[in-house]
Design a protein around this ligand. Sequence first.
Ligand code: SF4
Length: 446
Amino acid sequence: MSVPDSPTPISSSGHAQTEVGNYFVSNYPPYSFWDPGQVPSALDALEQEAPKDYPLGLYFHIPFCRKRCHFCYFRVYTDKNAAEINAYIDAGIREIQMYGEKPYLKGRIPKFIYFGGGTPSYLSVTQLKNLTDRMKAVFPWDEAEEVAFECEPGTLTEKKLDQIRSLGVTRLSLGVENFDDRILELNGRAHRSGEIERSYAHARKIGFPQINIDLIAGMIDETDENWQQCVAKAISLQPDCVTIYQMEIPYNTTIYKEMRKNGKVTAPVADWQTKRRWVSEAFDAFVSAGYTITSAYTVVKDPERTKFVYRDALWGGADMLGTGVASFGHIAGIHVQNEHDIGAYLNRVTDGDLPIHRAYSIDREEGLIREFILQLKLGSADMDYFSKKFETDIADLFAKPIEYLQNEGFLSFDGSKIMLSRDGLLQVDRLLHEFFLKEHQNARYA
Ligand code: SF4
């Protein structure tokens, strides 16, 4: 296995300014290695039986939004009418039905469901009911441990929230990002603080088992004062979970297009050190309010009660059927991604094809690295887990990067467990590259 033995030096300042590029590591190997030539392997795997009781998740992607945020790098559609959205739902159901007939998936009951986007809450009450009734007819989820649903606060009415709750959603995730109307507007968000207040209050009232709030540290015009107010406001709402991202500016964002037009290399947002400080201060404030830090991005009010099944199952190697345009999945050890343009996606499904655009079959070593780096994002990795699951001594395999990162103060290692320091946790995504195979280092995450 060719894990790099001479570590890539990490500057202690850590990318002082925010420049263009993807920072967040969400999978391994990097997407740029996924290849249309590997799609036949994924199709072959679907014709085999799955191992008994292997966990399965179902993801459905809804690519519609009211408005494109300036920092958004997803392919989203803001111009689709009801008929076009209905046609998309029909195609999604057809895709799910095709999967439901495959030997690898037939008769399996999902452990977790995830509606992501885009903006799942952009759909009307009728569209949501139509979509979910038909999904459940293929993959019943009444017994799923978790049904997660992403929302943009301005799309939520009381009636729609009631409907989302009655569909069986257990984890409602609100894309708040900031509580200040001026900052929301400057960053191109469609919602405002009044909509956050109203939707959160009603969601709480009707008893979702878990409400998550997303925040972004370092939006355009963010200041110390505003960030402190955002954190205080989030604490006062007492959500079950808060997810904090550090603002990054990938290539296809409106912010980057403006930068390029004006010949700028530095994005008009805080530098990385400031963003890390803001997250660290937020972590401290949440901990003082009784929350627990459960990953590089999350604090949770009651870790015993509030789990995130989707993340933990996926990062532990579960199967996940990704459906809808551009969605990512992981089936029988093979990464897959669907067609990322809605036209191509609809055409493939209409032709009776599974709309997989590219795939990557991971080998045992890549599977190990994938799980290892994803678990490090939770703050620690247990040697025992990897020696049992992969029969590999992680301490030996990663001896050089572990020593290097330990010397830099990013982690500690007691022989059985690697623990990231606060400093390491706050910049974990840029440290993970140390554990990549040589051929995957310096790859663009796109
Ligand atoms: S709501 Fe989310 S997916 Fe939609 S444009 Fe904004 S960042 Fe992108």
